[in-house]
Structure formats: structure tokens, C-alpha cells
Write a protein that binds this ligand. Sequence first.
Ligand SMILES: Nc1nc2c(ncn2[C@@H]2O[C@H](COP(=O)(O)OP(=O)(O)OP(=O)(O)O)[C@@H](O)[C@H]2O)c(=O)[nH]1
Ligand SMILES: [Mg+2]
Length: 232
Amino acid sequence: MVSFRVLPKKRQISIFGIRAVGKTTYLVMLINKLSKMMNISNMHILAGLDYYMRMMNWILRGEGPPPTKLAERLLIHVRMKIDGQTVEVRTYDLAGAEIERMGETFRALIDIGNGYIFLIEPSPDPDRKVTQVWLIYRFIEYLTQGFEKVVKKPIAFVFTKNDLYGIKNPEQFFWTYTSPVFNLAQTFYKLKKFAFFAVSAFGGDLETLRMQGKEIQPINIEKPFFWLINNV
Ligand SMILES: Nc1nc2c(ncn2[C@@H]2O[C@H](COP(=O)(O)OP(=O)(O)OP(=O)(O)O)[C@@H](O)[C@H]2O)c(=O)[nH]1
Ligand SMILES: [Mg+2]
């Protein structure tokens, strides 16, 4: 009899986004959400447990996580069974300031990724808007080796803090939000797999929820994750 050992599907998912876009919050609340899902079992945090707990402490206190420090590069490694199939996911939590430099770390994150989560805060602030369009442009430019190479790795563009912004159609909103700065459609033609989402990690203002004694209820945070896992 031949027996097969089902090898885990190993995935490196890289998360991008400018300062305070909600990267740390997204990661922590995503892990929390996954740990409570019916179709997920045997979920273990192989690296980053202490960090996860520390961040969760800030969140449950109602303050939210502190800004990730420049030198920090925290590996989070989880293993779980999704519908019976073992999946291992590694990711890094990085400071937005480091990503905004678009230097070596930025490129390394792109190089190692099998799939990408690109977080965008739909802030009307012109500085934040321009920086985000710029970062997306540079990201696609590097990923496609100067708009030359076809890229099949999936990219989830995810609007954060949707309890504040209430985006209903993320795809349409992406173009509405970015085109006053530059029409990014000019940079998308080598990308084969991308999708748009809008999520809320808390489902409301953290302090208000805590004061009213209400539970944190993330909205849609698992959607980009499952889309990526199914598309890598
Ligand atoms: N209302 C609301 N606030 C959020 C949400 N997600 C994050 N925040 C807040 O946004 C701020 C920044 O969140 P972080 O997770 O620290 O953002 P970051 O991208 O990790 O920031 P850096 O580490 O500095 O790059 C914090 O005050 C969070 O509490 C959300 O879904 N809704
Ligand atoms: Mg952070």
C-alpha cells in the first residue's frame, strides 16, 4: 500500500501599507478571527505569539496597538487546517515608515511573497493619498520588473477602517480614490490576479465600543485572506 503524506501548503503573504494604515491591527484581528472559525482547526502560532498577545492587550484595553518601531521586523508564522488541508502562513509585521522608504526591506517583502495584501486607508488627507498612490505605483513597478513581466501572484487591495469610511463598492472606490493623483490603470495591465476589499478590524471606534461594553466585531477581515489562499 502506498501512503501519501499531505504536505502543508506553505505561503508567504506580504502585507504593505503606509504608517498607521492598520497593518498590525489587521494581522492581530485576522489571527483572532481565524482562530474562531468553524472550518479552521489545529491553529497554532509557531512564531510571534508573544507579540500577538502584547498587541491584543493594547486592543482590548481600547487604545489600539502602538506604532510599529522602525527596526522591528516581526515574523508571524501560523499553521492551521482549513477544511482539513494544512496551511502554513508566514508574514512580517513592519513599520509603515520602513515600507514608505521603498528600500531594501520593501523589495525583500515583494521578492519573498506568494501573495500580497495591500492595505489602503481611504483618508481624504492629500499627503496620505499621494503617498499611497505612489507606494502602489512603486510596488507594481518593482513586482512587474518595470512593467515588463506578467505577474500571476494574487494581490488583494484592502481598504481599512471601513467602520469610519463605509465603502460599499471597493473596486469602484479604488479608482475614484486614486485617479485624482494618477490613473493607476496605466500600471495594472501586467497583473493577472487582483481583487478589492473593504474591511473593519474593530467594527467601530475602539474606545466607544469599550465604553459601551460592546464586543469588537471585525467585518470582512477574513475575506482577502481566503481569496489569497485560494488564488496562490
Ligand atoms: N476605527 C478603526 N480604527 C482602526 C482600525 N484598524 C486600525 N485602527 C487604528 O488605526 C491606528 C493605526 O493602526 P496600526 O495597526 O497601528 O497601523 P500600522 O499600519 O501597523 O501602523 P505602523 O506600525 O505605524 O506602520 C490605531 O490607532 C488603530 O487603533 C479599524 O478597523 N477601525
Ligand atoms: Mg504596525
